[in-house]
Design a protein around this ligand. Structure first.
Ligand code: ADP
Length: 272
């Protein structure tokens, strides 16, 4: 049986009275000291959508995700999550790039995922039944229940990535942000992560994935929406509508070419 997340996530459960956008970003700008990373970015994401966030290196993809989760304060602009003005809260969860995590820390898979419950448990209580159930469900969703007692340092890169996705799910978030989750993984491990993203999507969670893999981003089997950034928002919507020759040239210069296929848009680099 596929585990269900909290009822608020369930597509089959009682529907909320109004289907508000999962995310509304209005005129968002972020400046680091002297660098403008995001400039007047506005977009809306519907509940349950999978969005690939793409753009060249330094386009502001990581900055966007970190701002959405509240790690970075915007210079200006507003973010709403399900209609509510967003301050840091557990409704949005962020999985950082793998290189930003210390994997030698001696802690089990179960304990890492339980960390996602901290906001619900509080500092001075022990985990309760609901916390343990949620950890179990999250591990099942990422297909890691069998390895719950393993130390995280003993896992493969793909398994570690899935544990961190489970930790974010355990938080009860309905928006999940993944920062370059495929980087450094072999093709099989990448497929596993994509399957996990599909699973999460089936459970009604909204997912944004920053990726430099344009081909994967353009695959309509994995993403309903792409969001093409280069400091400013160049386009958002279906891959077919956004990955136009004009938009690609605006983001990457004239080095990418598009070919339409049944799976979506095929992008070819000059070097091919
Ligand atoms: P991407 O994820 O698309 O590669 P980033 O969001 O990491 O882009 O970076 C966007 C821009 O902001 C880049 O010019 C980068 O050098 C700059 N930047 C990112 N993080 C910092 C920081 N902590 N301090 C100063 N500049 C930063």
């Amino acid at each position: 049986m596929t585990p269900r997340l909290h009822p608020q996530h369930s597509r089959n459960g009682a529907a909320p009275p109004v289907d508000l956008p999962a995310l509304e970003v209005q005129h968002l700008s972020v400046t680091y000291e002297h660098t403008r990373a995001l400039d007047d970015v506005s977009f809306v994401v519907a509940p349950g959508e999978r969005t690939a966030v793409i753009g060249p290196n330094g386009a502001g993809k990581s900055t966007l995700l970190k701002t959405l989760v509240g790690l970075i304060h915007p210079t200006s602009g507003a973010i709403r999550v399900k209609g509510h003005v967003h301050t840091q809260c557990s409704a949005v969860a962020y999985v950082p790039q793998r290189v930003q995590v210390d994997w030698s820390f001696p802690v089990s898979v179960w304990d890492v995922v339980m960390l996602g419950r901290t906001a619900h448990i509080g500092l001075f209580r022990s985990p309760g039944k609901r916390d343990r159930e949620q950890v179990q469900h999250s591990l099942e969703l990422v297909r890691m229940s069998d390895l719950a007692r393993r130390q995280i340092g003993e896992l493969s890169g793909g398994q570690q990535q899935r544990v961190f996705i489970a930790r974010a799910l355990a938080q009860d978030a309905f928006v999940l942000l993944l920062d370059e989750p495929m980087t450094g993984l072999d093709v099989r491990a990448q497929d596993e992560v994509l399957r996990v993203v599909d699973n999460i999507h089936q459970n009604g969670v909204t997912v944004l994935v920053a990726t430099h893999d344009l081909q994967q981003a353009a695959d309509v089997r994995h993403y309903e929406r792409v969001l093409l950034l280069n400091q400013r928002l160049i386009g958002t919507g279906s891959a077919r509508n956004v990955l136009t020759a004009e938009n690609l040239a605006a983001a990457y210069g004239g080095h990418l070419h598009r070919v339409e296929t049944e799976q979506g848009v095929l992008l070819l680099h000059d070097s091919h």
